[in-house]
Ligand binder design. Structure first.
Ligand code: NAP
Length: 358
């Protein structure tokens, strides 16, 4: 199902003007509810509490008809964090409280969240951004209900380990960044210049070779979207909604126009055909195929660090960035994500260390 991602609506960190458009942001949440969206995802950090406050105001009269999911930060004391969230949300409970990240004290935090659930302040507990090893461990500590991570047709780390685990253990999966933070709407023909304070200035796919690869995919998706009679964002959302194991697709929208477009594309209409899904997957596979190292680079890599060697040894034509990152993460040390593999290999390309023909 399509859910509402309430980060941008918090009005900060997305280049939005802070105060002026508050009425529009409130109206966007109200419209989401009117149009049948029943799950809203927020966090204390979104707009420094503004997202939770807006959700509280907009959804107060319909509290029992909606699911509100918030988070507890990796450095936060769970009780204080959740109680502050409840005050901002003007609610006695949240339906789901999620650990935003799993850093040093995450097991301790998870146990505290269960105490809060027993007290009725949260109806369920979930994890975000954990590795599959942490998720498996969490399931030994307590009955985790959900897992939230980035997933869209470009960012597919979860397909390797977490989604299969989520499916086999019957957890809900909430996919975030379904539009790659706006890129999958197709509105950026060249690398965007974000205004000061917009966190996307630091995201690797809005620049360099990764931007070019994604743009190449988007240009090939446009005619497919036209044929299917949907917008590009609609195609991206429906692709995600069709993936096995995906429970909720958390699409962000900063105003009613964006919400309407995402609803029209993502929530209505027939699902994508199997053929179309395969065509899309074929396009991404081809564009993100990893090159092979030159013989000289393979030789040089023997003197590089363990992580770098690990990557280079797997540039053999049979691995994807996601599979390399997952194999590394299996070791239980510092995890790796596909983005790190891609950025590293792009560095090799720039230094002439890959085979141009591969
Ligand atoms: N657990 C976590 O660590 C985590 C991390 C990230 C996100 N999330 C959750 O997932 C939700 C969704 O992710 P996200 O908001 O980061 O990314 P997203 O849904 O991929 O992208 C949302 C952004 O894309 C642009 N956009 C959306 N619809 C559009 C349309 N129809 N036309 C043009 N532009 C459009 C808007 O930004 P512009 O107009 O500024 O381009 C909007 O804010 C968040 O709101 C949050 O609830 C969770």
């Amino acid at each position: 199902m399509l859910g509402f991602g309430a980060w941008a609506i918090g009005g900060a960190g997305w280049g939005a003007s802070d105060a002026g458009d508050e009425a529009e942001r409130l109206a966007t949440i109200q419209l989401a509810h009117e149009r049948g969206i029943t799950i809203f995802d927020t966090a204390p950090t979104y707009g420094n509490g503004a997202s939770e406050r807006l959700l509280g105001r907009a959804l107060k009269a319909h509290r029992d008809q909606v699911v509100i999911a918030t988070k507890v930060g990796p450095r936060d004391e769970p009780r204080r964090s959740l109680e502050d969230s409840l005050r901002r949300l003007d609610s006695e409970y949240v339906d789901l409280v999620q650990l935003h990240e799993t850093l040093d004290r995450w097991e301790w935090q998870l146990e505290r969240l269960y105490t809060l659930r027993e007290e009725g302040k949260a109806r369920a507990v979930g994890l975000c951004n954990a590795t599959h090893l942490q998720l498996a461990r969490a399931l030994e500590i307590a009955p985790v209900a959900s897992y939230q991570a980035a997933y869209n047709l470009f960012d597919r780390d979860v397909e390797e380990r977490e989604l299969p685990l989520v499916r086999s253990r019957g957890l809900a999966f909430l996919a975030y960044r379904p539009l790659a933070a706006g890129l999958l709407t197709g509105k950026h023909a060249s690398p965007p210049e974000f205004p000061p304070g917009d966190h996307r200035a630091g995201i690797y796919w809005f620049k360099g070779r990764e931007f070019e690869r994604r743009r190449a995919v988007i240009e090939r998706l446009r005619p497919l979207a036209r044929q299917a009679g949907v917008s590009l964002s609609g195609l991206a959302l429906r692709w995600l909604l069709a993936r096995d194991g995906v429970t909720v697709v958390l699409a962000g929208a900063r105003n009613r126009r964006q919400l309407e477009e995402n609803l029209a594309g993502g929530a209505g209409g027939p699902p994508l055909t199997r053929d179309l899904v395969e065509t899309i997957n074929g396009i991404t596979r081809a564009v993100f195929r990893l090159p092979r190292p030159t013989a000289q680079a393979a030789q040089q890599a023997r003197a590089w660090g363990t992580r770098e060697r690990f990557i280079v040894e797997r540039l053999d034509g049979s691995h994807t960035p996601e599979s390399i990152a997952a194999e590394w993460t299996d070791r239980g040390e510092q995890p790796m994500v596909a983005a790190q593999v891609k950025v590293f290999v792009d560095g090799m390309v720039e230094h002439g260390l890959v085979d141009a023909e591969s």
